[in-house]
Design a binder for this molecule. Structure first.
Ligand SMILES: [Zn+2]
Length: 307
């Protein structure tokens, strides 16, 4: 079935059972003209034709236009056989081993991630990983005890120009600390808002005295991605034995607050860490960090890779 035929049938589906005699050929001819000849986007073509039906056949607007299933969040999906619409991003696609399935994978919004299946006979345009869409009129289902979304013939998938955020996910990264940013080490924070001062000045509150704190903004590279992490005093003391008191002592003895940063860089840069945290984009909110000691196996792997 061509796209024009499929879209035509979707429109006819909306007026099924109504007492209107609309000729399929009439709609199909217009649809072909719009999407094949004039290359009008599909959603635009559908809207144009529905407007035509309202004018020409006197079908009430609501009947044609407001029949989309309600937009819901993924976290709210809990029952099977519900017709819903979702704004979601394609998180991952995997190979289907069934000829009845055209695409299968995961989609997500800010509230959760769910499996989705596009049936081959739904003849939908293919979606791409990392892109966001509105999935209109999809139906909820359950497979092996887990909720999933089925995309059927009556569904409509529209790409949207918006990057839908996914819920934070806890991940574990093992990588080396490749950089420590300049405004790390012994810092002063604003007494009012806690922001790190820049040369004694708070972005919000101007010149303030501030109080001492220890923090590190660092970059961890696991060989595939880089993650920016922020370590607090507790994390730093655990990793290096240098807490706020020790840092102040170093600054006092060397008469140089920057000596603390130099010392921390010396102890941390280039070493391997295991970091557990919540991922939001490229940032990792650290929950746990520890020094990673490579096992003998890792060395063997490295030696093999070098051989
Ligand atoms: Zn402030």
């Amino acid at each position: 079935m061509s796209r024009a035929e499929k879209l035509t049938d979707q429109i006819l589906e909306r007026i099924k059972g109504k007492d209107v005699k609309v000729k399929r050929e009439d709609i199909l001819r217009r649809m072909k003209l719009l999407i094949e000849e004039f290359k009008v986007p599909e959603s635009e073509a559908v809207r144009t034709i529905m407007n035509y039906l309202v004018r020409e056949y006197g079908i009430p607007r609501e009947e044609l236009f407001d029949r989309d299933s309600p937009l819901v969040k993924i976290a709210d999906i809990s029952k099977v056989n519900q017709w819903v619409s979702l704004r979601a991003k394609v998180v991952q696609l995997w190979d289907s081993n069934s000829p009845n399935v055209s695409q299968v994978g995961l989609i997500g919004d800010e509230t959760g991630i769910v499996k989705f299946v596009v049936w081959a006979k739904a003849s939908q345009p293919e979606v791409e990983e990392g892109k966001s869409y509105i999935f209109r009129n999809v139906v909820t289902d359950s497979f092996q005890g887990r909720m999933q979304i089925n995309v059927t013939r009556t569904s409509r998938i529209e790409e949207i120009d918006e990057d839908i955020q996914l819920p934070p996910r806890e991940i574990e990264v093992v990588g080396s600390m490749v950089a420590i940013q300049q405004n790390s080490g012994l810092v002063k924070r604003c007494n009012e808002c806690g922001r790190v001062l820049n040369k004694g000045v708070c972005h919000q509150h101007g010149k303030v005295e501030g109080y001492d704190d220890l923090r590190i903004k660092a970059v961890i590279d696991d060989g595939e991605n880089v993650y920016e992490i922020i370590l607090n005093e507790e994390n730093i003391k655990e990793l290096t034995g240098i807490g706020l008191d020790e840092a102040l002592k170093i600054a006092h003895e060397t008469l140089d607050r920057n000596a603390v940063l130099a010392e921390l860089k010396n102890m941390l840069l280039g070493r391997y860490f295991r970091v557990k945290g919540l991922r939001g984009g490229r940032y990792l909110l650290v929950k746990e960090i520890s020094v990673h000691k490579p096992k003998a196996d890792d060395f063997n792997e490295i030696l093999e890779a070098l051989a």
